[in-house]
Write a protein that binds this ligand. Structure first.
Ligand code: UDP
Ligand code: MG
Length: 312
């Protein structure tokens, strides 16, 4: 069987040599113990602005185990991964997707391949703990997974995009026509035989995170709105709750009226006006978000273009 390791890279010049060294070692040991017949590393350069692509070209000349795709511009991690998986679905029996920064334990790839041979189509890499992450990253990530699981139970806790997929699973993934990609959600909902392997997450080998807070927040928001219509349902519940409250308020107002109390209505009026105004705005905003997504989906824009290829 042929294994392709798909690695999206955005400005990763500092880590590529080390990543290649470690992944090549993994591929060689897998070949030695006959777990795989062939293997290669496919780097997907997501429109990097540094020397990433020229390093990939050099590496691909040094060893036939390295190949690369260069996207024409920065499209984001999920699209870069999609481009790599698309290629892998046509050229391999299974793929492992992993980040370039060596935060995920490359040795878990061997465990994943073992699980593949046991008949699993999808093997999720799950972080045991987050000791090496900053307190901030840890808490925001925890909140993110909690929220995601509230919206969809199938999301795998502490699983990012480190996973093995069989060719069948990759081809199925390609059948999803959506533009708002949230791969970990899609893959978890496909329903093929799957399992998880656990590993310790280490610190970034070099360079800095390409996911600053704003990108992370937008990714979380994207994840929820591209995957679940629960926010829309919540608005309905909110509406129902408001109606119930309103009934209570009416009863109270009538009672006050008939018992002859005069009330100073200024504060309550102003507060409720602002409050309800805010709720209506929020509801409009969320609805608009979905309409925006429908708009993007019906356009069916191409997801990416490949600029150059080596060994691929
Ligand atoms: N990445 C990418 N395109 C982007 C941002 C990131 O391909 O626009 C890649 C990046 O090179 C890395 C992976 O996605 O291989 C995960 O990014 P990073 O490690 O910076 O994220 P973090 O681990 O901090 O969440
Ligand atoms: Mg990282």
């Amino acid at each position: 069987m042929k294994l392709v390791i798909v690695v999206p890279c955005y400005n990763e010049e500092l880590v590529l040599h080390e990543t290649t060294r470690r992944l090549v070692a993994v591929l060689q040991s897998l070949m030695e113990r006959k777990s795989i017949d062939e293997g290669m590393i496919l780097y997907v350069d997501d429109g990097s602005k540094d020397k990433t692509w020229s390093i990939i070209e050099t590496l691909s000349k040094e060893t036939s185990l390295v190949g690369g795709l260069k996207l024409s511009c920065n499209r984001g991690h999920q699209y870069a991964l999609w481009a790599g998986l698309k290629w892998a679905s046509a050229h391999s029996d299974a793929s492992v997707s992993i980040d370039a920064d060596l935060q995920d334990d490359v040795n878990a790839i061997c465990l994943m391949v073992d699980e593949y041979h046991k008949g699993n189509d999808i093997v999720f890499g799950v972080r045991k703990e987050r000791k090496t992450d900053t307190f901030f990253k840890r808490t925001t990530a925890l909140a993110f997974y909690r929220l995601m699981r509230f919206f969809d139970r199938r999301i795998i806790y502490n699983h990012a995009d480190f996973r093995l997929m069989s060719r069948r699973a990759m081809l199925s993934l390609m059948e999803y026509p959506e533009d708002n990609l949230f791969l970990r959600g899609i893959v978890a909902s496909m329903g093929y035989p799957s399992t998880s392997v656990y590993y310790d997450r280490s610190e970034r080998f070099a360079g800095e995170s390409k996911y600053p807070l704003c990108k992370m927040l937008s990714f979380a928001f994207e994840g929820i709105t591209s995957f679940s219509i629960k926010p829309l349902q919540l608005i309905t519940y909110l509406g129902v709750a408001f109606i119930l409250i309103a009934i209570g308020v009416v009863a109270y107002a009538l009672y006050e009226h008939f018992t002859g109390h005069t009330i100073d209505g200024w504060t309550s009026l102003l507060v409720s006006m602002w409050f309800i105004g805010g709720c209506v705005l929020m509801a409009c905003g969320i609805t608009g978000e979905y309409i925006g997504k429908i708009y993007m989906e019906v356009k069916h824009r191409p997801k990416y273009f490949i600029d150059k290829k080596v060994n691929a």
